[in-house]
Design a protein. Sequence first.
Length: 305
Amino acid sequence: MGREDTAADIRAERRVLTASLLGAGVLGAAAVVWGLIADAGALVFDGVYTLAGIALSAASLLASRAAASAPSRRFPFGKQAAVPIAVLIQGAALGGTLLYAAVTAVQTIVAGGSRASQTVLLAYGLLSAVYSALLVLALRQLARRSDLARAEIVGWRAGTVLSLVVTVGGAAGLALERTAFRSLGVFIDPALVLIAVAIVAAMPVQLVRAGLHELLEGAPPPDVLARIERVVDEARTAFGLPTPLVRSTKLGRRLYVEVDFVVPHDRWNVDAEDHVRRAIVDRLHELPFDVWASVELTTDDDLAL
């Protein structure tokens, strides 16, 4: 991947994070003000959660800048680990928020239900869901190759689902007010919040798992791994080399690849080895990552471990 492509991805990523930050500010402030005026605790909670997301978006923006910084004497390999750390924080924060929402919903049920206006819940839920869904679509168009952008999208997608649940709860509450079961209306909102939490619970788990996987130097995604293996196999066949030991991992936007061939004595020199390196490294740079590749030919089995 060329430097121009990398710079374009970084700019797109920062546009995503900035748009997410501004979007959270608008929606969060509106929810808090509306919730206080209408005495609707669910709206106040949703607004506070959304405003807290500003801190997470700001952290992701800082992570993006850190990852884009050039290697230095203090950080000779750069700061690409900032990206999975930010993703991990996003997942943990989203999971903690969902846990808090579930506990609050149970407490509301035990306390006798929610007295908030069903009309307010319906109106806010509908507007919030549309707003969040539009942001998801916009963010997906801005950046398609960014872990940080995907983390932001996951958060807004969860917000869309929760807002739809509030909408359904408000509509169901209004419907029940016209029946003999109107007394059950106070339990609809907290019950649906519990359902929503169960629906989106997998999202923070996926973020935490993805962040930990990269920090623990796990293998890159299957499609990337298959591409690496194909490039190495083509070079191996072209130069008549034995099957090598191939190791790879992805950290943020950087892809590390190590290829070790064990060859017979007195068959290879540095110039020939460079031809093998070039055949592999040039093809790997076609991948949409900042590729750091190491290709070695050795006659010592122990050096290939």
